[in-house]
Design a protein around this ligand. Structure first.
Ligand code: IMP
Length: 176
């Protein structure tokens, strides 16, 4: 374990309730259409797994790897795709599932990249959004929680590769 302090910010129950609400909203939105849901690795794994089970329509699951971090807590601002989806998105209703929108550069990159593949529609859902950190005008259709501009871990989000398995979201309050 790394030597950091983590203060609880969003509880397991709060996450569960909000993910159910988001799933219900997406069920209404897609209204029986087939959906390709894209899990953005690795941070979205928990949110993705819980959210797709709350969406009551046919969902194909795809996985896409991106990296933008030059060290554990600072974004390089340069987004790279490390692995791509395995299906054509042409004419499909695409749901991008992100863990967190911080500067928004990753989401912006993704939307531009996936738009070029001519999907029928793109819907974006992010569990977390840091409004004070945004550096671009990216579109996020659905946000679970708006949080302060602090580094968070848990429920898929990591610090130095660790803490993804915490069942709650915690704020990294101090680095020793
Ligand atoms: P953005 O491009 O700055 O919006 O950053 C997006 C990616 O950075 C997310 O998908 C996360 O993987 C990572 N990230 C941003 N903020 C945090 C944080 O507070 N904790 C953990 N990862 C974060």
């Amino acid at each position: 374990m790394l030597d950091i302090d983590i203060s609880p910010l969003i509880t397991e129950d709060e996450i569960k309730t909000r993910v159910q609400e988001m799933g219900a909203e997406l069920t209404d939105k897609f209204n029986g259409k087939d959906v390709v849901a894209i899990c953005v690795l690795k941070g979205s794994i928990m949110f993705f797994a819980d959210l797709i089970r709350e969406i009551k329509t046919d969902v194909v699951c795809e996985f896409l790897g991106l990296s933008s971090y030059k060290d554990a807590m600072t974004s390089s601002g340069e987004v790279k795709m490390t692995s791509d989806v395995n299906t054509s998105l042409n004419g499909k209703h695409v749901l991008i599932v992100e863990d967190i929108v911080d500067t928004g550069l990753t989401m912006q990159y993704l939307q531009n990249n996936l738009n070029n593949r001519k999907p029928a529609s793109i819907t974006t859902a992010s569990l977390l959004l840091k409004p004070d950190a945004l550096k671009c005008d990216c579109k996020v259709d659905m946000v679970g929680f708006k949080i302060p501009n602090d580094f968070v871990v848990g429920y898929g989000l990591d610090y130095g590769g660790q803490y993804r398995n915490l069942p709650f979201i915690g704020q990294v309050s101090s680095l020793n």
